[in-house]
Design a protein around this ligand. Structure first.
Ligand code: ARG
Length: 588
């Protein structure tokens, strides 16, 4: 289906032609004087020059031609030559009926479908997910769902930080504590244990301790680098220990991501491309792209047009070791070979923007990607605390994501219990669902690139621009539909009728924006557009609900029409929240 504004423009074009003017003049826009009209067209003003005629004359002629058409319920030509328009309630109802009959509610993407890899999550093995990871998870998951809805083939990859010095530090930390472990015995030739020698909790302590120690103690740092090298060179015991650490850590990550309704198709990481690095480096040298500079191997990526300095992209350090850049380049190469995507989207902290600019340029220069493969960096801002600084625990530490989720669930539980008498178990089950909506909506309703303040009070409120408010609206609709069904009504057989009051029409008009909103969410990779839309729909619905008798309506046909509008509103809202990555409970 076409977007409502495009349809109106098409009709207006016909009216201009009918009156003897070119159709291109008939561009319809949303009114900037909503007190006077819903839509407007200023084409007569533009036509005046071309046709050497007073604009009001043109406007009058077009208004006359429009009388024969059914799309507007009111057309006014006003001086000096504007057309003020109100949409026909019948036309609007037909449009909504079309939406209901379509499995994508009338949305058609304005570009060809693509194969897309989304690189998001970015968790680091052996480190707990902390609040810094929530945005990549929320935004990436939503974009994956939005693009799938648009018909793209989308592969989500967790791209774990599971290689390099961070792993050397963990291994070194374990060795300090348990030097007797068989992994560290070079003469050992037997099988290694299946079990990891440390638990996830221990791992989470070991990494920060080891990292801190390496900063103070150069000898320790040297040991960690040696452990890193042994791991990368494939020393058996180190690889076996690493595998066990991975198992424990990924199990824990999966649990945490799934509590946010986040899942990945690929759990690849930096380590996955280790074996292809030598050949890639060779290829880059042979092509003359990778050159020695101050002892390191780099690809020059600066351009004359740069206004800021873009440093060379380092491929190998002076000691010959690979680094973050190298794994990202090799990952691009691997994705191009295995998946052949049209586009790769990186959902990463915006502080890595320059880094990705270097990597992208190096990938293009060395022809790792085809010319028409898009590389998109979607950088997100920081989640801040009330003080405007990155969110911390009360004592100033890094907040584990798990704790943030649990705190939000606890807060929600209190609010649910305050609301109405409900059993402890039910309140907890509801609170768990609603809390996720609070966290996700609070995050996603902000434009990704902006920082935002995490405000647990506001996010968990049932009023205002929040996840719980949206869920509350959905639950309200569901309960009316359930009552209608209880009274013998057939929810699946009702059809939408024309709006009979201004609140109902306002709701129709909001819902009808779906195709346009989805199109911009897809093209701009912008979940916040969907949040803005459902907030408007929910507001329009609640106003309509307060002003309109629904179950109390005596006229059965009218009642059925209203029920059909509720069904569409519910379906649209539920579709949108699933694109954002959360769901609604049955009761609240
Ligand atoms: N693990 C990285 C970090 O914590 C994020 C990974 C982002 N993705 C990538 N392909 N580099 O900073």
């Amino acid at each position: 289906m076409k977007k409502i504004l495009d349809l109106l423009t098409e009709e207006m074009g016909k009216a201009f032609e009918e009156a003897g003017y070119e159709a291109e003049l008939g561009k319809v826009t949303v009114s900037n004087r909503p007190d006077l009209c819903e839509y407007q067209c200023n084409g007569a003003m533009a036509g005046a020059k071309k046709y050497h005629k007073a604009p009001i004359m043109i406007a009058n002629e077009v208004a006359e031609a429009l009388k024969k058409m059914t799309v507007f319920s009111s057309v006014e030509a006003v001086a000096p030559g504007f057309l003020n328009l109100k949409l026909s309630e019948d036309y609007l109802a037909e449009y909504l009926k079309g939406m209901r009959a379509d499995k994508k509610y009338g949305f058609e993407p304005s570009r060809a479908n693509e194969k897309v890899v989304i690189d998001y999550g970015g968790a680091n093995v052996a480190k707990a997910l902390h609040v810094g990871h929530i945005r990549s998870a929320n935004i990436g998951e939503s974009i994956k769902r939005i693009l799938r809805f648009a018909g793209d083939e989308v592969i989500g990859d967790a791209h774990l930080g599971d290689w390099g010095l961070q792993m050397g530090l963990v291994i070194c930390g374990i060795k300090e504590r348990q030097p007797e472990l068989v992994y560290f015995d070079d003469s050992y030739t037997g099988d290694y244990p299946e079990e990891c020698p440390v638990t996830i909790r221990e791992l989470e302590e070991i990494y920060p301790a080891s990292s801190a120690k390496s900063k103070e103690d150069p000898e320790y740092k040297a040991k960690a680098m040696e452990a890193t090298k042994k791991l990368q060179d494939g020393v058996r015991g180190y690889r076996a220990l690493w595998k066990n650490i991975m198992k424990v850590s990924i199990g824990d990550l999966k649990k945490n991501y799934s509590s946010l309704n986040v899942d990945f198709d690929l759990w690849n990481g930096e380590s996955s491309v280790h074996d292809r690095i030598p050949a890639m480096v060779d290829y880059m040298k042979k092509g003359g792209w990778a050159v020695m500079s101050e002892g390191a191997l780099v690809v020059e990526v600066a351009k004359e047009t740069d206004t800021k300095k873009v440093p060379p992209c380092m491929v190998l350090k002076s000691d010959g070791a690979s680094l973050y850049n190298t794994t990202d380049l090799a990952t691009i190469e691997e994705r191009m070979e295995d998946i052949k995507p049209d586009r790769i989207v990186y959902v990463v902290d915006k502080r890595q923007e320059l880094y990705f600019e270097q990597v992208f340029r190096a990938a293009r220069k060395t022809k790792l990607v085809k010319e028409d493969t898009k590389l998109n960096f979607l950088g997100f801002g920081t989640m801040n605390g009330a003080d405007g600084k990155p969110f911390k625990t009360r004592d100033g530490g890094v907040m584990r994501l798990e704790n943030l989720i649990n705190d939000t669930k606890a807060e929600m539980f209190e609010k649910i219990k305050e609301g109405r008498p409900v059993s402890e178990d039910e309140a907890r089950a509801i609170a768990d669902i609603v809390a996720i909506s609070a966290l996700k909506y609070g995050d996603l309703s902000n434009q990704a690139s902006k920082d935002y303040v995490f405000d647990i009070d506001r996010f968990t409120s049932f009023e205002g621009d929040t996840g719980p408010y949206i869920l509350y609206t959905i639950v309200r609709i569901k309960s009316i539909l359930a009552k209608y069904a209880e009274q013998g009504g057939k929810v699946d057989e009702v059809t939408i009728g024309k709006a009979l009051n201004e609140y109902e029409k306002a709701l129709h008009m909001e819902i009808a924006q779906f195709a346009a909103v989805m199109d911009s969410a897809v093209n701009e990779l912008a979940p916040h557009k969907i949040c803005g839309y459902i907030y408007d729909v929910a507001n329009a619905f609640n106003k309509f609900y307060h002003e309109t008798q629904i179950l109390g309506e005596a006229d059965e046909t009218r009642k059925a029409n209203l029920i059909a509008l509720l069904v569409l509103t519910r379906d649209i809202l539920e579709t949108c929240i699933s694109l954002l990555g959360f769901e609604a409970p049955e009761r609240m």
